[in-house]
Design a protein around this ligand. Structure first.
Ligand code: WT7
Length: 657
């Protein structure tokens, strides 16, 4: 071991073993009609924006949002408390709906929706506005006031978006809970938030079956004493029990309401929503986002990253239970006057081709999904893709985890027809919107890299002492200047907010991820800080080992973790799902050889566990913490045959998100 690497260990830097040199510039044709057309143009924009962020964001806020009253101060920053566009009054629902009604978008489709059983609905901006007004009036009739928390547990129907916008219209705070969570998880969140109203549906369609949402909510409400009313959407027609005095049908509530509900002028810093995420330790935290800054950031990042044009049909496959569904289903696209496809169900129902069938049917132009979905498509096989005409697509995106370069290549070739740029978007629930991503007309992609920061964003990579590291060394990823979409805190826990994000590295927002920059200034996310594997003093990132495995033709998915090792400190254990090979000792030996060849002896795994599926959080992230316990032998697994299905264990760890 060299002196240099010993030094790195002390300062917490991370070694990189990955070499990915392929470069994919956008076509001249794509760039020519893009919003930002060249690297030079991007650089100029980024430099201007970061030289004077307040002037930059202030001007955008004036141009892009409707103001009932103008703001007098762009940013009031008293670390870690940020106030953006101070003194101004606006309304997110107004910016998503009313602003379009006086333009030729008035009768444009806002949402083209398809249910899992194949039923369809289209809502124009005018129609969506009407539904939101009626629902907001319904909330008012139940006594909902500004600042009241409304808990939403619903399937991906237009009413989910209507409910969110209805809250925003009157200044109520929504807390959307993904409709796969348990009664316990709902109750925990309702109690933490002091929720006053619950919204749900009778049931939800999932792979042809009905998930009994109302039944789960009934159980949750037994333990949610602050909830006074429960609004129930009829979706599947399943029979439910309506509790007298508490439960009200959605249709009964809105049928009696007027179409007229003026948007409330709200202070810029009015809480728009809280969204629970558990992060790395235990108790879920309610990430709090506010009105003007979040709205501006969701809108602008949507336009920049997806290079949005009025004639596009945008499809983000995320559920509104996650931040991606907040920023790139609800608020970003609607503020920008986009037309979007919204799909209710599973990607493999009734068959594994459903997404491609939808792309062909509706002529989707921009498609945004998660690496976990892409790896599933690869595993399901190309025959499900090849049947369809995907030529309407012009741009693809990913979010949620790093994408292994080989999965990127498959996405590029099979879905993008080698024609569509791919935007690998790095961001977090906390950041409110995309922070790093190629601007597709301007920045050439490298498979596995989120490339460069968006305008106004200043990332820094630092070591344990807070010093910036050199190119090609990994360190902790921080953000050096506040941005409008940043979280404003953790609901009811100011101390945890300060502690978690603003203490370890002075003066900067700590993302909790590791990253490195390459010689071209491109950023590569290396995984969570807690997931680093330390082999003989070399600190390795999980994604690099995983990507080496996924580049083997027989590997569908891989997760790498460290386990205690007397000699090396830690040894690498990997969990692998295969495509159609026999998972045996010979394949294990071959995979070790493959990793040695791809990235070197240091990264060769000591243990290879074949598994039928990897345990995932509900949002699709690999549960490395659980795998770490399994690899170390501290998590009891019943059966030790070669093929395990650890996802059953994942289900026992309910709140891990
Ligand atoms: C964490 C945030 C952002 C919306 C969905 C997830 C990981 C996210 C990428 C990416 C590598 C990524 C990070 C981040 N992550 N996008 N493009 N490349 N890693 O939101 O649940 O708050 O998770 O997801 O580790 O910190 P979230």
């Amino acid at each position: 071991m060299s002196d240099k690497s010993t030094g790195r260990q002390e300062t917490g830097q991370i070694d990189t073993v990955m070499q990915e040199e392929r470069l994919f510039p956008p076509s001249a044709e794509f760039s020519a009609q893009a919003r930002v057309r060249s690297l030079e143009e991007y650089q100029k924009l980024w430099e201007e924006s970061t030289a004077n962020p307040e002037a930059f964001w202030g001007q955008l806020a004036q141009e892009e949002l409707h103001w009932f009253e103008p703001f007098h101060t762009v940013l009031d920053w008293n670390e870690p408390v940020a106030k953006w566009f101070v003194g101004g009054k606006t309304n997110v629902s107004y910016n998503c709906l009313d602003v379009h009604l006086t333009t030729n978008r008035r009768h444009k489709a806002a949402i083209i929706w398809e249910g899992e059983p194949g039923d369809t609905r289209t809502l124009t901006y005018l129609q969506l506005h009407r539904e939101v007004c009626r629902f907001a009036n319904g909330l008012k009739s139940l006594g909902v006031k500004q600042g009241d928390v409304v808990s939403i547990y619903m399937p991906m129907t237009p009413e989910l978006v209507i409910a969110m916008l209805g809250c925003a219209r009157i200044g109520a705070v929504h807390s959307v809970i993904f409709a796969g969570f348990s009664a316990e998880a709902i109750a925990d969140r309702n109690n933490d938030a002091n929720a006053k109203i619950q919204i749900t549906s009778d049931a939800a369609w999932r792979r042809g079956k009905q998930l009994p949402l109302k039944l789960t909510v009934d159980e949750a409400l037994e333990k949610s004493p602050t909830v006074e009313k429960c609004i129930v959407l009829r979706r599947t027609g399943a029979e439910v029990e309506m509790r007298e005095g508490r439960d009200v049908w959605w249709h009964d509530l809105v049928d009696a309401q007027s179409d007229d509900c003026p948007a409330e002028p709200l202070d810029s810093e009015t809480t728009l929503f809280i969204l629970y995420t558990s992060g790395s330790t235990g108790k879920p935290k309610g990430i709090r986002h506010t009105t003007a800054g979040y709205n501006l950031y969701a809108k602008k990042t949507f336009q920049w990253v997806f290079d949005h044009r009025d004639e596009d049909l945008f499809w983000c496959t995320a559920d509104c239970g996650w931040i991606t569904g907040h920023s790139y289903v609800a608020y970003g696209p609607l503020s920008a006057g986009a037309t979007q496809l919204m799909y209710e169900g599973a990607p493999n129902w009734p068959q594994e081709d459903r997404f491609w069938k939808l792309v062909e049917k509706y002529r989707v132009s921009t498609f945004y999904t998660a690496p976990t979905a892409i790896r599933a498509f690869i595993k399901w096989g190309d025959q499900h893709v090849d049947k369809y005409d995907l030529s309407s697509l012009r741009l693809l995106g990913t979010v949620g985890e790093g994408i292994n370069p080989e999965a990127w290549m498959w996405y590029h070739e099979k879905i993008g027809g080698e024609r569509c740029p791919i935007v690998d978007t790095w961001w977090q629930t906390e950041t409110g919107g995309i922070m790093m991503s190629p601007l597709p007309g301007a920045i050439a992609a490298k498979p596995g890299s989120c490339t460069k920061p968006l305008p106004g964003i200043v990332p820094k990579i630092v070591d344990e002492s807070g010093r910036e590291v050199e190119p090609n060394h990994g360190g902790m990823l921080c953000i050096a200047h506040p941005w409008p979409g940043m979280l404003r805190g953790i609901w009811g826990d100011d101390e945890r907010y300060r502690e978690q994000y603003w203490t370890k590295v002075p003066g900067m927002y700590l993302t909790g991820d590791n990253a490195r920059q390459d010689n071209d200034g491109y950023y590569w996310i290396m995984g969570r800080i807690d997931d680093v594997i330390n082999v003989s003093g070399h600190r390795l990132s999980t994604i690099e080992v995983e990507s080496a495995l996924v580049s083997h033709p027989q590997v569908a998915e891989a997760a790498a973790v460290g386990r205690p090792d007397e000699l090396k400190g830690q040894a690498i254990a990997v969990f692998v799902t295969v495509r159609d090979a026999e998972p045996n000792d010979a394949l294990a030996a071959e995979l070790k050889l493959h990793v040695r060849k791809e990235i070197g002896a240091l990264a060769v795994p000591s243990d290879i566990h074949f598994t039928a599926t990897l345990p995932k959080t509900r949002s699709g992230k690999i549960m490395r913490r659980l795998l770490r316990d399994i690899a170390a032998g501290t998590e009891i697994v019943g059966d030790t045959s070669t093929i395990e299905d650890y996802s059953a264990l994942a289900k026992l760890r309910d709140d891990e998100e």
